[in-house]
Design a protein around this ligand. Structure first.
Ligand code: FE2
Length: 213
C-alpha cells in the first residue's frame, strides 16, 4: 500500500466486515537507527495490532460493523457510551497515518504548494518544524502532534490519547505519535530527541503533499 493516503486508509484497514492490520509501508528495519526494529516490532506488531483486535471484538454484533474506519470514528466521537469503539478505531487510523508520515531517508524539504503554504503560515520550514516539535513536546501524557490543512492554511495541532483531527473540520497531513510506546525503548524519557530526529530524518513531506489534495 505504498500509494495509501488519507482517502483510502479505511479501505486498506478492512477485509469484508473485519478490520485488519494493514501492512507497514516499509521493512521493520527501514527506519533504523532513528526508530529500531525492536520498537517497530512492539509498536506495530503489538500495540497497533491490539487496537485492531479490540475493534473487531467491540464491533461484533454492532450495527457499525463493516462501516469504514472514518465513518466509525466520526459516528462515535464524543459519545461516552461508544468511547471504547472510538478509541480503538481512532488508534487504528492514527497509527496507519503515523506509519505513512515516516519514511526511510525522509526529512529534507517539502516542495510546491506545500512549501508555499508552510512559508505563508510559519514564515519558514524551520519555524514550522519548531512549532510541530513544540506541540509534540507539550502534549501532556499520551497523544499526537499533527500538521493539518485548515481550509487554505496549514497549521499544527495536538490531540490527547486517541483523539484525531479527523473529527474536526480539518485535513490531517502528517502526525507524530508521542505515546511513550512510540519512543521509550529507543529514547527512554527523551521525547525531544525522538521528535527532533524524526523531523530531520524520517518525516515524509511527500505524504503530506499528497494529503493536501
Ligand atoms: Fe502508538
Amino acid at each position: 500500500m505504498s500509494n495509501c493516503n488519507l482517502d483510502n486508509f479505511s479501505k486498506a484497514a478492512q477485509s469484508g466486515s473485519q478490520y485488519i492490520l494493514a501492512p507497514l509501508p516499509y521493512a521493520n528495519t527501514a527506519l533504523e537507527p532513528v526508530i529500531t526494529a525492536n520498537t517497530l516490532s512492539f509498536h506495530y506488531g503489538k500495540h497497533h495490532k491490539t487496537y485492531v483486535d479490540n475493534l473487531n471484538n467491540l464491533l461484533a454484533n454492532s450495527d457499525l460493523a463493516g462501516q469504514s474506519l472514518e465513518h466509525i470514528i466520526k459516528a462515535t466521537a464524543g459519545q461516552a457510551d461508544k468511547a471504547a469503539i472510538f478509541n480503538n478505531a481512532a488508534q487504528v487510523w492514527n497509527h496507519m497515518f503515523y506509519w505513512h508520515s515516516l519514511k526511510p531517508n525522509g526529512g529534507g524539504e517539502p516542495s510546491g504548494a506545500l512549501k508555499q503554504k508552510i512559508d505563508a503560515a510559519f514564515g519558514s520550514l524551520d519555524a514550522c518544524k519548531k512549532e510541530f516539535a513544540q506541540a509534540a513536546l507539550t502534549q501532556f501524557g499520551s497523544g499526537w502532534a499533527w500538521l493539518v490543512a485548515d481550509g487554505d492554511k496549514v497549521a499544527v495541532v495536538k490531540t490527547g490519547n486517541a483523539e484525531t483531527p479527523l473529527t474536526k473540520n480539518v485535513r490531517p497531513l502528517l502526525t507524530i505519535d508521542v505515546w511513550e510506546h512510540a519512543y521509550y525503548l529507543d529514547y527512554q524519557n527523551r521525547r525531544a530527541d525522538y521528535v527532533n530526529t524524526i523531523l530531520d530524518k524520517l518525516i515524509n513531506w511527500d505524504f503530506a503533499a499528497a494529503n493536501l489534495g
